[in-house]
Write a protein that binds this ligand. Structure first.
Ligand SMILES: Cc1cc2nc3c(=O)[nH]c(=O)nc-3n(C[C@H](O)[C@H](O)[C@H](O)COP(=O)(O)OP(=O)(O)OC[C@H]3O[C@@H](n4cnc5c(N)ncnc54)[C@H](O)[C@@H]3O)c2cc1C
Length: 506
C-alpha cells in the first residue's frame, strides 16, 4: 500500500506572531495543526524551482494535487534556465555564427564586409532568451494552479517548512508530501577564490563584459569545453587543463573524445591532458597557475587573464535545515533516496542534481514527472540506461547508453558499426561533414548497447539512438527503417547497417 497518501492534510499559513504570554506547548500544538483557511491547504510542497522542481510542480498541478513551489532565486527555472543550459547555448549558437561568418563564408559564395563583435548585444540576446523562458514557467505555474512562493525554505519539522520570503517576512508551510529539488553548485577549486570576474565558474563565463586575451579552463568536461569554445571563438586564447587522459569526462567514448579533441584543437583550443593544477597566484596583472604532470614530475606556470574553474558540480543542500529532521547526505553531498525517490522519511522525496545520477536537466525533468506519479499513483518510470548526454561544441558530441570502454570492461561480446559524415550527402551539401556515428551492439542479440555521435546536430540525432535503446532495438531494426533523404539521420541508419552488415555509401 502506498503510505504517502495517508497523513495530515497539508496547510500553508503565514507564521503567527504570538503574544509572549502564549505557552510553548500551545505554540507546538498550533504549529502542528496549522491555522490556515481550507483554501490554502496543500498536498505537496516542493523546495527548489529548477527543472526538477518546476516540472514536478506542473505535473502535480495537472494531477490535481494542491501544490506550492518555493524558489529563492527570484526567477524560476533554476541553474538550467538562468545560468546553465539556456544562456550557455545562446552564447554557443551566436559565437558559432560569428566564428562562421569570420572563417567560413568565402567558399560558400558569401562575401562579407567588416565583421565586428558586439559582445553587449550578444549578452542581451542571451538575457532575452533566459527571461522569456523563465517567465514562461511562471505562466505555466498559473495555468496549472501551482502556488509560487518566492523565498528560501528550511525544514522546521518533517511536515513543516519555514520560508524566509524574498520580499521580507516569513511564512510557514506545512504539507503532506515534500519534494527537495535544491540542485547543485559549482565545485570550488581549493586555493582559488571565485570572484566571477577573473577566477570564474560557468556563471561568470556566461557574463564576462569583455573578451579576455587568455583564458585557462581547469577541467576538460562538457561545461569547460562549451564555455572554452565560446570564448575561443570570440578571440580568447584558451588552454584547457585536464587531470584525466581524455576530454569530455569519463562517459564519453574514448574514440569520439579523441576526435573531439582533434577538431577543437584545429579551432585553436590548446589542451594539457594528464595535468593537474597545483595552485594559482592572482596578485599580478596576469593570473599565474602552477601545473604539473598528473603523475608528478614536470612543472610549469601558465599565465591567464581569466581562469574558469570547471571541475564539476556538487549537490546543494545548504541552509535547508536537514539537521532539524535528521536527514543526512552521503560523502558526495547527495541526499540518499530509494528507487521511488523517498528519503528515510517516506513522505520527503528528492529529485534532480541534489541526489544520485547524472547532473542533467532532462534527467531532473524525468524525475520530476516520475516522483509525482509515485505520489499520485504509486508507480513511476525513469530509464537511467537511456539518458542522453550532449556537448554543444561544434561539431556537437552526443551519446546514449554504454561507451566502448564500458562494454569491453563488462565482458559482453560486441560489434561496432561506424559511418562518417564525410560520406553523408546532407553533411557534404552543408559543407559541414566532420565527425561520425558509432553504434555498439551485442554480438549475439544485435541489441544496441550504445550510440555515439560527433558531428553536425549530434544533439538532435541522438534522440533516435535514445528511442532505439528505450525500445530495445537491434541495429538491424534501425538499418531497415527508412530515413528521409538527404538528411543527417541517414548517417545513423548507415552506421546501423555497418553494425550488422555493410553500409551502402562508405
Ligand atoms: C553552464 C551549465 C550548462 C549546462 N548545460 C546543460 C545542458 O546543456 N543540458 C543539460 O541537460 N544540463 C545542463 N546543465 C545542468 C543542468 O543545469 C542541471 O542538471 C539542472 O539545472 C538540474 O536541475 P535541478 O532542478 O536539480 O537543480 P537547479 O536547476 O540547480 O535548481 C535548484 C533550484 O533550487 C533553488 N533552491 C536551492 N535551495 C533552496 C531553498 N532552500 N529554498 C528555495 N529554493 C532553493 C535554487 O535557487 C535553484 O533555482 C548545465 C549546467 C551548467 C552550470
Amino acid at each position: 500500500m502506498f503510505r504517502n497518501l495517508i497523513g495530515p492534510r497539508a496547510v500553508i499559513r503565514p507564521t503567527l506572531t504570538l503574544p509572549t504570554v502564549v505557552a510553548p506547548s500551545a505554540i507546538a500544538r498550533w504549529s502542528k495543526r496549522g491555522y490556515a483557511s481550507e483554501a490554502e491547504e496543500k498536498d505537496l510542497v516542493i523546495i527548489g524551482g529548477g527543472v526538477a522542481g518546476y516540472v514536478a510542480a506542473i505535473k502535480a498541478g495537472q494531477e490535481g494535487l494542491k501544490v506550492a513551489c518555493i524558489e529563492k532565486r527570484g526567477t524560476l527555472g533554476g541553474t538550467c534556465l538562468n545560468v546553465g543550459c539556456i544562456p550557455s547555448k545562446a552564447l554557443l549558437n551566436n559565437s558559432h555564427l560569428y566564428h562562421q561568418i569570420l572563417h567560413d563564408t568565402k567558399n560558400r559564395g558569401i562575401d562579407v564586409g567588416d565583421v565586428k563583435l558586439n559582445l553587449g548585444q550578444m549578452m542581451k540576446a542571451k538575457d532575452t532568451a533566459v527571461s522569456g523562458l523563465t517567465k514562461g514557467i511562471e505562466f505555466l505555474f498559473k495555468k496549472n494552479n501551482v502556488e509560487y512562493i518566492k523565498g528560501t525554505g528550511a525544514f522546521t519539522g518533517e511536515h513543516e517548512i519555514k520560508v524566509n520570503l524574498s520580499e521580507g517576512g516569513e511564512q510557514t508551510v506545512t504539507a503532506k508530501n515534500i519534494i527537495i529539488a535544491t540542485g547543485s553548485e559549482a565545485t570550488p577549486f581549493p586555493g582559488l577564490e571565485i570572484d566571477e570576474k577573473r577566477i570564474i565558474t560557468s556563471t561568470g563565463a556566461i557574463a564576462l563584459d569583455k573578451v579576455p586575451e587568455s583564458m585557462v579552463v581547469i577541467g576538460g568536461g562538457i561545461i569547460g569545453l562549451e564555455m572554452g569554445s565560446v570564448w575561443s571563438r570570440l578571440g580568447a586564447k584558451v588552454t584547457v587543463v585536464e587531470f584525466l587522459g581524455q576530454i569530455g569526462g569519463p562517459g564519453m567514448d574514448a574514440e569520439i573524445s579523441k576526435a573531439a579533441q582533434k577538431t577543437l584543437k584545429k579551432q585553436g583550443i590548446e589542451f594539457k591532458l594528464n595535468t593537474k593544477v597545483l595552485g594559482g597566484d592572482t596578485s599580478g596583472e596576469k593570473i599565474k597557475l602552477d601545473v604539473e604532470a598528473a603523475k608528478g614530475g614536470k612543472q610549469e606556470t601558465l599565465d591567464a587573464d581569466v581562469v574558469l574553474v570547471a571541475i564539476g558540480r556538487r549537490p546543494y543542500t545548504a541552509g535547508l535545515g536537514l539537521e532539524n529532521i535528521g536527514l543526512e547526505t552521503d560523502d558526495k553531498g547527495r541526499l540518499v533516496i530509494d528507487s521511488e525517490y523517498r528519503t528515510k522519511i517516506p513522505h520527503i522525496r528528492v529529485i534532480g542534481d541534489c541526489t544520485f545520477g547524472p547532473m542533467l536537466a532532462h534527467k531532473a525533468e524525468e524525475e520530476g514527472v516520475a516522483a509525482i506519479e509515485y505520489i499520485k499513483k504509486g508507480y513511476g518510470h525513469v530509464n537511467y540506461g537511456a539518458i542522453p548526454s550532449v556537448m554543444y561544441t561544434h561539431p556537437e558530441v552526443a551519446w546514449v547508453g554504454q561507451n566502448e570502454q564500458e562494454v569491453k570492461a563488462s565482458g559482453v561480446k560486441y560489434k561496432v558499426g561506424t559511418f562518417p559524415f564525410s560520406a553523408n550527402s546532407r553533411a557534404k551539401t552543408n559543407l559541414d561533414s566532420e565527425g561520425l556515428v558509432k553504434i555498439i551492439a551485442d554480438a549475439e542479440t544485435d541489441r544496441i548497447l550504445g550510440v555515439h555521435i560527433i558531428g553536425p546536430s549530434a544533439g538532435e540525432l541522438i534522440a533516435e539512438g535514445t528511442l532505439a535503446i528505450e525500445y530495445g532495438a537491434s541495429s538491424e531494426d534501425i538499418g531497415r527503417t527508412s530515413h528521409a533523404h538527404p538528411t543527417l539521420s541517414e548517417a545513423f541508419k548507415e552506421a546501423a547497417m555497418a553494425t550488422y552488415g555493410k553500409a551502402i555509401h562508405f
